[in-house]
Design a binder for this molecule. Structure first.
Ligand SMILES: [Fe+2]
Length: 311
């Protein structure tokens, strides 16, 4: 690896079996994220896989700019680093993607910080975003390093969240859980999927709606480095489900005061993806939370994939 700090960019030289590839990177943010910038005529799928894996392990967020990435290229690229993909229960899938790429179409408002599907036992290792058309104004993807956030919370909140687990409630109508499990999935498939999963209790209503309770820790260990990270879906679920009726697993309330202290810590470490057309972002979902600024431009086009990593 050769480093060229003298010109403000870092050049990582990786030798693969068939090519010598120069990777041009620079810091993406103040949290250690990395921007890989296309600098000649190299193609996204030719980038050195092992070097990208190393970048991901240390940075947790890697953005690729200048490679003109659309949903199909994102799927092929993500395939190089993944052994399995999760469906998204809310978003429509992109035709021809095998259910591996979704269009981010829901709403235009601010989206609270969350880890993807961390309110369920199916949390993927990574979330991928690509953008073919940024909003004219706003609509930036936001992200937060859960390791830094955990430090920002301070010892009192750390003790609280080490001591008590989060408890999420969700209700999925049949058409929603079939988005996740497949269009011909039955209630028996649901039972097979959910039975004996740690932290899960559920009830299937007569109309085949699923009521799910999921209990999980607020502080988790990162996939790379095995360090504590406040990487969960507390804030989005607090906003979108029970608000100040939300409780920890022992029934004690998660009060407005607790949530406002978490929000203050989040505000101290917010990072922003200021999208350009063709950008791709790869996020470690075991460590980073993400969200979104609101927007009004209906032509904004963002795609996402959820995957389990092969490294
Ligand atoms: Fe999300």
């Amino acid at each position: 690896m050769n480093v060229r700090p003298d010109i403000g960019w870092t050049y990582l030289i990786a030798l693969t079996e068939i090519t010598t590839m120069t990777l041009v990177t620079k810091p993406l943010d103040s949290s250690g994220g990395i921007l890989v910038h296309r600098h000649s005529d190299e193609e996204l799928l030719e980038l050195p896989v092992e070097t990208i894996k190393d970048l991901m392990k240390s940075a947790g967020v890697v953005m690729f700019r200048g490679f003109d990435v659309g949903p199909d290229a994102m799927k092929q690229f993500a395939n190089q680093y993944s052994y399995k993909f999760n469906r998204d229960r809310l978003r429509p899938t992109v035709e021809g993607s095998g259910g591996h790429v979704q269009m981010v179409t829901e709403g235009t408002g601010y989206v609270d910080p969350h880890c993807e599907q961390a309110n369920s036992p199916f949390r993927p290792d990574a979330i991928w975003f690509s953008c073919t058309k940024p909003a004219a104004e706003g609509g930036e993807t936001l992200y937060w390093d859960g390791v830094r956030l955990w430090e920002e919370l301070g010892t009192e909140l750390q003790d609280l969240f080490r001591d008590k687990k989060l408890r999420f409630f969700q209700c999925y109508s049949k058409d929603k859980w079939q988005l996740f499990l497949g269009h011909d999935a039955t209630v028996e498939d649901i039972r097979k999927t959910l039975d004996n999963l740690e932290g899960v209790s559920y009830f299937l209503n007569a109309d085949e709606a699923l009521y799910l309770e999921y209990v999980c820790p607020a502080v988790v260990r990162t996939r790379y480095g095995n360090v504590e990270a406040f990487a969960n879906s507390l804030m989005s679920e607090w906003t979108n489900t029970l608000g100040d009726l939300m409780t920890f697993d022992d029934g004690t309330p998660i009060s407005k005061e607790i949530v406002s202290q978490v929000k203050a810590a989040l505000d101290r470490c917010t990072e922003t993806v200021d999208w350009k057309p063709g950008d791709l972002v790869f996020i470690d979902n075991s460590r980073f939370l993400h969200g979104r600024n609101g927007f009004t431009d209906p032509s904004r086009k963002i795609f996402s994939s959820l995957s389990f990593l092969n490294f």
